[in-house]
Design a binder for this molecule. Structure first.
Ligand code: 6GU
Length: 259
């Protein structure tokens, strides 16, 4: 998989050199390129933002540097070379609100993801879907966001998705993109040594995972549940399933089907 990241803070992504994803990059399973948005400006101050049309607090990211960055990462293909209204782009529906609602991945082309608290919520299912893409581009917004036309333009070059980590606000997309890349990257075949470890974890079966224990069997007066030490594999499986349901009911009842 190839991943391009556009950001005004490339240093955020230094951690991609370490751990599992660093190894995947060394092994060539993952190719990551981080682009400084300011490299696509042409003024002395390398300006990337400006005041919002219509007034209001904060600044908005200017479209021109984003256009040049996307040109560099996703050159126009002959079929889409002429500027096309977003409504005319296959696979892209644009609603009355001007909302960019493009989803594919199925078509196999590049996918551009803009982290945004206004986006659809990132889930394990989305991570799994995106892990089979060949090319992901992450565009990290800062300030009050990116000029909306950038999303429309990006949709002429790729599938575009606005994606949120959850219902809270971060200062910018960088940390959200790190989280998404970690969730997606570990699902790429070969990134994790033992793929079986991917099966029995939270969210893969729609439930939270069961609690885990290792030696010693007694520690500071706390004991490992005896069922886990008895070697009855059927009983262990049943205990774990029960523990998953109990924990999910207690902590995340929203994940359970309505009764
Ligand atoms: Cl993806 N971006 C920002 N800026 N804030 C967020 C978020 C994303 N997800 C939750 N909050």
């Amino acid at each position: 998989m190839r991943i391009d990241i556009v950001t005004i803070f490339p240093e955020y992504f230094g951690v991609l050199d370490v751990s599992l994803l660093g190894r995947a990059r060394e092994d060539g399973i993952l190719k990551v390129e981080v682009h400084d948005l300011r490299d696509f400006t042409h003024d002395r101050h390398r300006t990337v933002d400006d005041k919002p049309y219509g007034g209001g607090a904060g600044m908005v990211m200017k479209p021109e540097p984003w256009g040049e960055a996307l040109d560099a990462i996703l050159p126009a293909t002959p079929a889409l070379a002429t500027p096309t209204a977003p409504t005319e782009v296959p696979g892209v529906a644009q609603g009355d609100s001007g909302e960019v609602d493009a989803r594919s991945g199925a078509t196999g082309g590049p996918i551009v993801i803009f982290p945004s608290p206004a986006g659809e919520v990132f889930t394990q299912a989305m991570a799994r879907e995106l892990s089979s893409a060949e090319h992901l581009v992450f565009g990290c917004g800062r300030y009050e966001g990116i000029d909306h036309r950038v999303f429309e333009f990006a949709a002429t070059r790729a599938s575009v998705r606005l994606v949120s980590l959850g219902d809270y606000v971060l200062n910018g997309g960088e940390v959200a993109v790190m989280a998404m890349i970690e969730a997606i990257g570990r699902l790429i075949p070969g990134v994790i040594g033992n793929p079986e470890s991917l099966v029995e974890e939270s969210h893969e079966d729609g439930l939270l995972e069961y609690p885990s224990y290792t030696k010693p069997a007694e520690w500071r007066g706390y004991e490992v549940p005896s069922v886990l030490t008895n070697g009855n594999h059927g009983a262990i499986a049943a205990w774990r399933r029960d523990a998953q349901f109990e924990r999910t009911r207690r902590v995340r009842p929203d994940l359970l089907p309505p009764e």
